[in-house]
Ligand binder design. Structure first.
Ligand code: F0G
Length: 457
């Protein structure tokens, strides 16, 4: 008999969890203004808000924490971290930052000027925020397959090359770089193929435009290349990562995802001029260039995290769990962005809450319903997250309206996946009776989803 699948790690430390009653959750959600970011973590049973900084570190990572060198300048920890980054990504110049958006802030402070246009395959919200706050424009050039949640294609995060070319031609001389996000978080943790990475970079370079890879989930992307793209089955994850980065000019990294640390980020590039330029912004924003917002012990833990999480078994265990949750939703007939992404399941709220008008934010409503049902916290990746158009100030209802259920790395078991799926099924079974959503009572001008105050209609 063939041996069944099992995790490639065992558990050494546990954290007790607390369940709550529906009554408690009704009160807590009301107090949180129907915004799950405003809940206290202790009011949550299973937390699928994000996979960012929520992973469980390995014993080797914890051991390295004890060896951190906390010297202000030139710490051993920096050089340990730098050499791992150089080896995995083939990038010579490395600047640590405290997280991904800090890497964006430092690099974009040097590169983005008012009026610039920056195309990308669905910029993450902080990336878009750092572009728009500098009065530049972020244009989404994701391929159209991503818009149809039921269409199964292997690399749904790909760049639409026609769309990209149009932006490059129409904005000649005004595009400082293009952002290539792997995996494409916004459309569902969907991967980008090596072919698309190569062709995107060739096209950009033909137009004299460099490419910055937003790398938060680069290892998951490499896993999908290995398992889905012809010619890569026999390559290691590390070989694939190196090839991915051989095409691009720089990277920004939120190490809280595929670095499997609770906090951390960095910039890496082979472009000396960019390195020198970014360095100037690192010092005032993040700190001296050999620590840039991270302590020595955190740099050590990240060095190990990057090395461990670019091994096949680790990634296979992770993606297998996300696919397991997807298989439960398939069993219950619940529509989500297919195929399952790398870090999360994105439930298609428009297709679930068909009686809730889009002006009443179906995905946010579904997020609230799931929390009330079982204390499971997901998050809206939809019309609230999309913010308003900076020019017309209208809500952007054009994209997808999804409930994202992120799976933290190495934290929950498949039994927890069963609970999430069952809770969602219970909501799904009474979907016809949910006819009203939520309305905005107060919102911030940028990145409103973190602090928005809502009322239930
Ligand atoms: N880029 C991508 C693709 C991301 O998903 C994130 C964060 C960032 C950049 C910013 O990194 O949080 O370290 O500052 N995504 C988290 C999420 C917050 O929940 O998807 P950060």
């Amino acid at each position: 008999m063939e041996l069944p699948f099992a995790e490639s790690w065992k558990i050494k430390m546990i954290e007790p969890m607390r369940k709550s009653t529906r009554e408690e959750r009704e009160q807590w959600l009301r107090e949180a203004n129907y915004n799950v970011f405003q809940l206290k973590a202790e009011q949550v049973y299973i937390d699928c808000l994000t996979d960012s900084g929520t992973g469980a570190m390995s014993d080797r990572q914890w051991a390295e924490m004890m060896l951190g060198d906390e010297s202000y300048a030139g710490a051993t920890s920096f050089y340990k971290f730098e050499s791992v980054v150089q080896k995995i990504f083939g990038m010579k110049y490395v600047i640590p930052t405290h997280q991904g958006r800090a890497a964006e802030n430092v690099l974009f402070s040097f590169l983005v000027k008012e009026g610039n246009v920056i195309p990308g395959n669905a910029h993450f919200d902080t990336t878009k925020g750092h572009i728009e706050s500098r009065k530049a424009k972020a244009i989404d050039v994701t391929n159209d397959d991503a818009k149809d949640t039921q269409k199964v294609v292997p690399f749904k995060g790909n760049v639409g090359l026609d769309k990209l070319e149009k932006v490059l031609v129409e904005n000649k001389g005004n595009v400082p770089f293009m952002v290539l996000t792997v995996t494409n978080n916004t459309v569902g943790g969907q991967p980008v193929s090596m072919k698309n990475i190569r062709e995107t970079c060739e096209l950009c370079h033909k137009h004299g435009v460099p490419v910055v890879m937003d790398s938060a989930r680069f290892a998951e992307n490499a896993y999908f290349i290995k398992t889905r793209e012809e010619g890569y089955a026999d390559k290691t994850i590390k070989e694939i990562a190196l090839e991915m980065y051989s095409h691009v000019d720089a990277m920004t990294m939120s190490a809280k995802k595929d670095g499997v640390v609770n906090m951390g980020g960095f910039i890496a590039t082979n472009n000396k001029e960019w390195f020198e330029g970014a360095k100037l912004f690192c010092i005032p924003f993040e700190g001296y260039i050999t620590y840039g917002g991270m302590s020595g012990r955190d740099l050590n833990a990240l060095a190990v995290g990057l090395d461990e999480n670019t091994e096949y078994d680790m990634l296979h265990t992770r993606i297998h769990q996300v696919e397991y949750l997807a298989s439960k939703l398939d069993e219950y007939g619940i529509p989500y962005q297919r195929p399952a992404g790398g870090h999360a399941i994105f439930v298609d709220a428009d297709k679930v809450l068909t009686h809730v008008p889009i002006e009443e934010f179906p995905a946010q409503t579904l997020t609230c319903e799931l929390y009330l049902e079982a204390g499971v916290r997901g998050c809206e990746i939809g019309y609230i997250l999309a913010d308003r158009d900076p020019v017309t100030h209208e809500n952007r209802f054009g994209g997808l309206d999804l409930l994202r259920l992120c799976i933290a790395r190495r934290v929950y078991t498949d039994n927890h996946m069963n609970v999430i799926a069952a809770a969602l099924k219970n909501v799904y079974d009474r979907r016809e009776s949910i006819t009203r959503g939520v309305a905005i009572e107060w919102e911030a001008p940028l990145m409103r989803h973190f602090t928005v105050k809502l009322k239930r209609l």
